[in-house]
Design a protein around this ligand. Structure first.
Ligand SMILES: Nc1ncnc2c1ncn2[C@@H]1O[C@H](COP(=O)(O)OP(=O)(O)O)[C@@H](O)[C@H]1O
Ligand SMILES: [Mg+2]
Length: 230
């Protein structure tokens, strides 16, 4: 493992192998990549090539068979404090938002803050700021079940940024939206992350969306087979 400057390279993935079903389904077959601080990277490739699994491995949600993963110098594979890393340093936006339908949008967004025991007044101020930036401040007191698809994905974006993560991971963040909403929410995501100088790794099967990122890593059958810079 290269430890020369672990803080500079925010995400380091080194020769990661991952299988399911006791080795019967091989999904990641020796993935190596480095994402420097502040870079916006798209993982692109057809459905089933391993994008979601790679994001889950980077976040520590999924264990690896072998290889190393480091986020901001933290050893995701071996450290017992993985859950703290997730709570404090990593934001995650899922394809289907994963918001709780019976809670209001504001309540959903405050959950990550509760998880780290954050200050309530600071949290409410941050919620207002992010909700304004994403154009959903007028929807905060609505229950999630009453929101449109686009509003839910904007809400998921707000929730993911509540604890000001250094690294944001997004899995097909606009995949559930129609064409016009998809483009708008995607640009909003890039704008928010760029304005804050945060690192973003996102999965998408849409080459047009990928081309708006700083760099695209092309995945195929559990491997990274090439990259382009935007
Ligand atoms: N928990 C699991 N158990 C068994 N197979 C899985 C599991 N998660 C993912 N897979 C398989 O791994 C492959 C890659 O899945 P995934 O990472 O979701 O790809 P992508 O996000 O690129 O569509 C697929 O063939 C999928 O069926
Ligand atoms: Mg996926």
């Amino acid at each position: 493992m290269n430890q020369e400057n672990p803080m500079k390279a925010q995400v380091l993935v080194e020769d990661v192998w991952k299988s399911f079903d006791r080795g019967r389904i091989e999904v990641l077959k020796g993935v190596t990549l480095t994402v420097p601080e502040g870079q916006i990277v798209a993982l692109c490739g057809v459905s089933g090539c391993g994008k979601s699994t790679l994001l889950n491995v980077i976040s520590g949600l999924e264990e690896v068979d072998s290889g190393n993963v480091r986020v901001s110098g933290h050893d995701v594979v071996h450290e017992s404090t993985r859950i703290d890393l997730l709570r404090h340093h990593i934001g995650y936006v899922f394809q289907f938002h994963h918001l709780m339908p019976d809670l209001t949008l504001a309540e959903n967004c405050l959950v990550p803050l509760i998880a780290i025991g954050g200050n309530r007044a600071d949290g409410l101020a941050r919620l207002q700021e992010l909700a304004t930036a994403t154009g959903i401040q007028h929807r905060l007191t609505q229950r999630v079940r009453d929101l449109s698809g686009g509003e839910r994905q904007r809400g998921a974006l707000v929730r993911s940024l509540m604890n000001d993560p250094e690294l944001l991971l997004c899995d097909e963040p606009t995949g559930a939206l129609d064409e016009s909403n998809r483009s708008r929410v995607f640009d909003l995501l890039l704008e928010l992350v760029r304005a804050r100088g945060r690192t973003l790794v996102l999965a998408t099967h849409d080459p047009d969306l990928a081309s708006r990122c700083d760099r695209t890593l092309k995945m195929r059958d559990g491997r990274i087979e090439g990259e382009t810079h935007g």
